[in-house]
Write a protein that binds this ligand. Structure first.
Ligand SMILES: Nc1ncnc2c1ncn2[C@@H]1O[C@H](COP(=O)(O)OP(=O)(O)OP(=O)(O)O)[C@@H](O)[C@H]1O
Ligand SMILES: O=P(O)(O)OC[C@H]1O[C@H](OP(=O)(O)OP(=O)(O)O)[C@H](O)[C@@H]1O
Ligand SMILES: [Mg+2]
Length: 280
């Protein structure tokens, strides 16, 4: 039986469960449940604090885990894990910020953060010495309340920083997103490979749509150049003489541009449908 750690709370919890449901796995019926057995798929899920997940996976007590890359790097046990897949949600950067107009320096400053290990590693790499103050959250308040001169925190839109009168400085310490991890050097059995294929299928289904259209046969090569598909587009004959129907997967983000260009080529009956799941 495959044993998988998932975030029990916080911003990564709901999207992680949604992704697993889309991949065909059973998820806990109540947000208070700490385990969920999916007997049909021979998988058991354990809902844990996202910060703790690397601890269980690096020790080998759980086979796989979903958590934030930044949380793994801030957990000493993270070094004993490896990343199998970027799951595409929970994207953020981790950055230093200070009061607008203040000096952009780290040496000798008091730096407030919920990610002390990340910050200490970064300071060591820079050869800087500073005082790191560990806070549980709402770190942006630390500067105006006088507890710190600088913060190091998760930035998504930057709205929280702006509201607190802070500005980022320097390069991001890291870019994060939700990831699937396993024990470093671990081997994949059949169930792990199946889970990976299913999650990859969800990622593709989220990024791509199926495009179908009719086009005159003499324009087919130009049309296929716009919609090459992943392997090759499907061409079917139409009852109408001299016309064919084409089906191909295209990136959702490109779909409207491609539809406009196909229409210009003379294609008609252009339809976009979403993909619920796939194995490529
Ligand atoms: N806007 C965001 N705010 C907080 N975390 C975010 C955001 N966007 C992505 N993340 C990621 O979510 C993870 C933080 O999850 P965690 O469960 O620790 O805290 P949370 O979602 O902020 O919940 P809480 O702070 O209420 O416990 C990190 O990997 C972080 O990079
Ligand atoms: O760049 P933004 O889009 O504004 O998002 C980033 C903010 O969101 C998170 O806070 P959260 O709501 O998790 O509260 P916390 O600080 O107490 O964890 C994070 O710690 C930042 O404060
Ligand atoms: Mg938070």
């Amino acid at each position: 039986m495959l044993r998988i750690a998932l975030p029990n709370k916080g911003g990564l919890s709901a999207p992680a469960q949604e992704m697993l449901r889309e991949a065909g796995y059973r998820q806990r019926p109540s947000e208070r449940d700490l385990t969920c057995l999916d007997a049909e798929n021979d998988v058991e899920f354990f809902y844990l604090r996202p910060r703790d997940i690397a601890t269980y996976v690096s020790s080998g007590d759980l086979d796989l885990g979903i958590t934030g890359r930044d949380l793994v790097r801030d957990n000493g046990s993270g070094a004993g894990t490896e990343e199998l897949l970027d799951l595409g949600f929970g994207r953020s950067t981790f950055r230093y910020a200070t009061r607008v107009g203040s000096k952009h320096e780290l040496g000798g400053q008091r730096i407030a953060t919920s990610f002390p290990e990340l910050v200490l590693k970064d300071l060591a790499a820079r050869g800087e010495t500073a005082t790191v103050i560990r806070l549980e959250g709402a770190v942006e308040n630390a500067v105006r309340l006088g507890v710190a001169d600088v913060i190091a925190d998760v930035v998504e839109t930057g709205a929280t920083l702006r509201q607190a009168g802070l500005e980022v400085f320097g390069e991001p310490l890291m870019e994060s997103s939700a990831i699937l991890i396993r024990r470093e050097g671990g081997t994949s059995n059949g169930s792990t490979a199946q889970l990976l294929r299913r999650l990859q299928g969800v990622l593709v289904a989220r990024r791509y749509v199926m495009l179908a259209y009719d086009v005159r046969a003499d324009m087919l090569e130009d049309a296929c150049a716009l919609t090459p598909g992943i392997e090759s587009p499907t061409i079917s004959p139409l009852h109408r003489e001299g016309w064919v129907a084409v089906q191909a997967m295209v990136l959702l983000a490109d779909s409207h541009r491609i539809m406009d260009e196909l229409y210009e080529l003379g294609a008609r009956g252009i339809l976009v449908t979403s993909i619920h799941a796939c194995r490529l």
